[in-house]
Design a protein around this ligand. Structure first.
Ligand SMILES: [Zn+2]
Length: 224
């Protein structure tokens, strides 16, 4: 359970036409989860439930706060258990964590806040098992831009896989050369992913062309 919510503040607005409900709620419950994404989504649910009660008490139940607009505007998710052997923080503020085989390192859709680098073992996206990240390889390009979420799941390839998590803004200040190496590395990975996609598209195109239904397809396209 390595992440914990630290005073999450949420902005909640009712989407019902002309409803003035717009409130800010602080969630101070002790919410923990395996990833930052888990913690955030749990806290979001809690904020929505609290807002619903408040909304109904002020505006009655003629319409409910069914699909409100919710944003996290304050607080953070913090790593806990840094005294745990599996998680360490370096003097540069880099977090190093160990994973068991198959354990998720990043999950699709969660907020991308750090660049990841394999220090030991390997990692891969279950959607594209041939795409391996070995020692020194970086992934997590979504963290290069603010407010982007992870594009795919990445899991650990074997036990005791070790991953370093870099917050790029911090690293740029303290170790600009290392930061730029990491950025280059992750951009190279992005290009490799695009090549994989291109090959997959070519394969699909060939499969479609080789299908027996080709003749009838030709007839249709030929009649244009
Ligand atoms: Zn409302």
């Amino acid at each position: 359970m390595p992440y914990r919510l630290n005073k999450g503040v949420f902005d909640v607005r009712c989407r019902y036409p002309h409803c003035p409900f717009h409130d800010q709620l602080e969630i101070d419950q002790n919410i923990m989860g395996m990833t930052e994404g888990d913690v955030r989504s749990e806290a979001l649910k809690m904020a929505r439930d609290q807002a619903m009660v408040k909304h109904d008490s002020i505006y009655g139940r003629r319409h409910g706060l069914e699909n409100p607009e919710i944003r996290m505007i304050g607080g953070s998710c913090q790593l806990v258990g840094t005294n745990n052997a599996a998680v360490t923080a370096t003097p540069l503020g880099v977090i190093i964590r160990q994973y068991a085989k198959g354990e998720p390192i990043v999950r699709r859709g969660e907020e991308a806040t750090s660049l990841c680098q394999v220090l030991k073992g390997y990692a891969y996206p279950p959607m594209n098992k041939g795409h391996r990240y070995g020692v020194g390889d970086c992934f997590g390009a979504a963290a290069l831009l603010p407010n982007h979420s992870r594009l795919t799941d990445i899991v650990a390839g074997n036990d005791a896989t070790e991953i370093a998590f870099y917050r790029l803004a911090d690293l740029k200040e303290k170790e600009p050369a290392q930061a730029s190496r990491l950025v280059t590395n992750v951009m190279e990975d992005t290009l490799r992913v695009m090549e994989d996609l291109g090959r997959a598209v070519d394969r699909l195109r060939k499969e479609v062309d080789a299908r027996p239904a080709r003749r009838s397809l030709r007839r249709v396209t030929g009649s244009r």
